[in-house]
Structure formats: C-alpha cells, structure tokens
Design a protein around this ligand. Structure first.
Ligand SMILES: [Zn+2]
Ligand SMILES: [Zn+2]
Length: 389
C-alpha cells in the first residue's frame, strides 16, 4: 500500500496551480489561457508528445512508461468554469466578474497535472498514459467530451480504457466512492408549446385557454413517474420553464413549457420521449387545443464498466485502504459528459471526497486543496495498477 504522504510535496505545487486556475476561470470552449497553462506545465515536466487544439482548446499528452510494451489508458480532467458570480470570499477568488470555478474543474486540472509530473519522472509502468484535458464540460450540446471523441482521440492515441474523476462535496477528504454500472444519469430536454386560442381574460369562455391546459399537462407528467414507471427504476421528469402572456388581462394563444428528463436506464429515455408527447397531446386534445413537441437527447448515462470499476477500486484502496472506498455508492441523477468517453471506450468514473464544502454550482463552492494529494495519488496508483510492470 502506498501512503498519500508520498504526494505531499506535489500538493504544495498543485495548490499553487489550482489557486491560479481558480483566480482565472474561463468558460466552455474559451479556455485558452487555461489550456496554455496546462501545455506549458506538461512541457516543463519533460513530456514531449503534447497535442493541443483538439475540440478547439482540448489537449492530449502522452507519457510513455519504461516498463515495456503495453496498452494506452486515458485519464481525463475537465478545465471549464461556470457563469456564476463567486461568493466564496477566499483570497484566491475569481478575478473575472461573473465567472467562477464552481464545479472544481480547477482542482481536477491541477490533480491531473500533479499526476503527470509524478508519472513523467517515475515512468514505472508499461505502455502509455494519455492525459486528456477537455474544455466545455458544462455546456449544452455538443460538449467538449463528445467533440474530443468525435475528433477521434480514442483511435488516434490508441486508447483502450478511459478513467475520470469528480470531487464530491459532503464526502470526507481521503474517501472515494464508485459503483459498477450506471453511476450518473442521462440528460434529455423537452419543449412543449400548448397551442390554444387567446382572448380577453374577462371572457375565458370565448378562448381555448392554454394556461389551464399547460397546468393540466404539468400535473399529468407527474404521473408518468409515479404511475407508469417501475419504482425500482430511476426516472426524473421536471418541468422547469413556463411562459405565457405578459399581461394581467390577456389569455395568450400559446404557452411554452420546457423541462428535463434524467434516468439511469436507457430504455426509459425512449419511454419518456414517447409518453411525455402522448400525455401532453392527449390532455391538449381533450380541451380542443394542440401541441408542438420537441425532445432532445443530450448527455448519455455515465456507465462504469465492471473491469474498469474493479481496477479503480483496487487503486483507491491501495491509496487509502478499503474502509475509505465506498464501492457501492448510490448513483447520482446528475449528468456528466465523461459519459461520451465511456461510450467510446470501457473504463470508470470515481468520486473523490471534497470535505464539508458548499455544493457544486453554488456561488460559495471552492475546491478543497486537501483533496489534491488524494486525487494525484489515485491517478498514479491507477496507472501503476492498470499498466503494472
Ligand atoms: Zn458542474
Ligand atoms: Zn463538474
């Protein structure tokens, strides 16, 4: 077993990187400064195979082990921040108004850089490691993970397995959590326009009031989960947007509504698309109205493969001991675009304790630098486990 103490020196350095990235957040594909910072650091570690500009600002860098021939595995970190006004009150708070690292991708980038520095100096593994730094995890389609896969990184770098990691606020520092199979949900979005007939609010009997119909549809959609889905399967349908008339005395012609669907079972995506449409159509027709319906598939389910999961568990246990690795965590209904990489190649996604911090996407969130040596140690152990000499 390796102790996390082996990574304390790297922790100091990685803390500086992390805080620099935190002060200088960038959004979506526009992570130009972050990507140059990453590329410069990688070069300074003696890594000479660095490809930049993949999916605009993504980077893949290769470190070859000194343990002989072997496969290439991919380790992925995301680099983008969020359009949120920071309220963490930390000395290293964002210097860019309206942008902040509220999901800890600054920490993810710093940890993969720390692991890169260690691996480039020790090279105690066979085959190669592909360090994947991706932009635009937080954006709507097409996200950075999808675009890097579409631009062919898996084939081009001959990557056979991929691994990802995310910090988890509320979980103790030094703990890891993972599960086999679905670990994060898929995300689909839908739009419904209820098409009625507007008029004066004083004379609703002369209209087909789409507001009342929209209200019925919202309630009807709640029954798709409660009455039509096996309670042992996870499905969330949330209506989140609603737009009707802007005036007190107007019944509008149309009401626009929209929402999101999350699930851990891919068959339920087909179910949701079909049943939301049928429910909305049925309710609207019952009142003499009609609907327009759009369903957009976004991020797929983040699906951990058994072999990759077992390797990840082994590496984490090697670092922190079995008691600190929850290998049967309950999956999250949040979505994560690393899912695209796991669709392209087998592997696993793991959560790393961030201590009692504010939640991700909260203006008070800050990545916990105490987690850095655990994340760095996990990457190093994982490489030396999967690519053991
Ligand atoms: Zn996020
Ligand atoms: Zn995130």
């Amino acid at each position: 077993m390796r102790s996390v103490e082996a990574f304390r020196d790297l922790q100091c350095e990685a803390t500086e990187w992390r805080r620099y990235l935190h002060e200088n957040p960038e959004l979506d594909y526009q992570v130009h400064n972050t990507a140059s910072f990453v590329a410069e650091k990688l070069a300074s570690f003696g890594i000479n195979h660095i490809e930049t500009g993949i999916a605009e600002t993504g980077i893949v860098a290769l470190i070859q082990g000194e343990g002989g021939e072997g496969p290439t595995i991919g380790l992925r970190a995301d680099m983008d921040a969020l359009p949120i006004v920071e309220a963490s009150n930390k000395p290293w708070s964002s210097k860019v108004p309206g942008k902040m690292h509220a999901c800890g991708h600054d920490g993810h980038t710093a940890m993969l850089l720390g692991a890169a520095k260690h691996l480039a100096s020790t090279r105690n593994f066979k085959g190669s490691v592909a360090l994947i730094f991706q932009p635009a995890e937080e954006v709507e389609l097409p996200s950075g993970g999808l675009r890097m896969v579409q631009e062919g990184i898996m084939d081009r770098f001959d990557i056979s397995q991929v691994f990802g990691m995310h910090n988890q606020p509320g979980m103790e520092i030094g703990k890891f959590a993972i599960c086999d199979g679905p670990i994060m949900g898929s995300q689909d979005d839908f739009d419904i326009v209820v098409k009625g007939r507007g008029g004066h609010a004083a004379h609703p009997y002369r209209t087909i009031d789409p507001v009342v119909i929209a209200a019925q549809i919202i309630l009807g959609l709640q029954t798709l989960v409660s009455r039509k889905t096996d309670p042992k399967e996870a499905l969330v349908i949330s209506v989140t947007k609603l737009r009707a008339a802007q005036a007190y005395n107007v019944i509008p012609d149309n009401v626009e509504m929209a929402g999101t669907v999350r699930t851990l079972a891919s068959g339920l995506r087909d179910f949701a698309e079909r049943e939301i449409s049928a429910c909305a159509q049925g309710v609207a027709r019952g009142f003499g109205a009609d609907i327009e319906f759009k369903y957009r598939r976004s991020v797929p389910i983040t699906f951990n493969h058994t072999e990759g999961t077992n390797l990840a568990i082994k590496a984490a246990r090697n670092l922190v001991g079995s008691a600190s690795v929850d290998d049967k965590m309950g999956p999250s209904m949040g979505a994560e675009d690393f899912a695209y990489m796991l669709e392209a190649r087998p592997g696993a996604f793991i959560f790393l304790g961030n201590g009692p911090t504010a939640a991700c996407h909260n203006p008070a969130f800050d990545f916990n630098d105490e987690a850095l040596p655990y994340g760095i140690g996990y990457w190093v152990d994982l490489v030396e486990t999967v690519l053991a000499v």
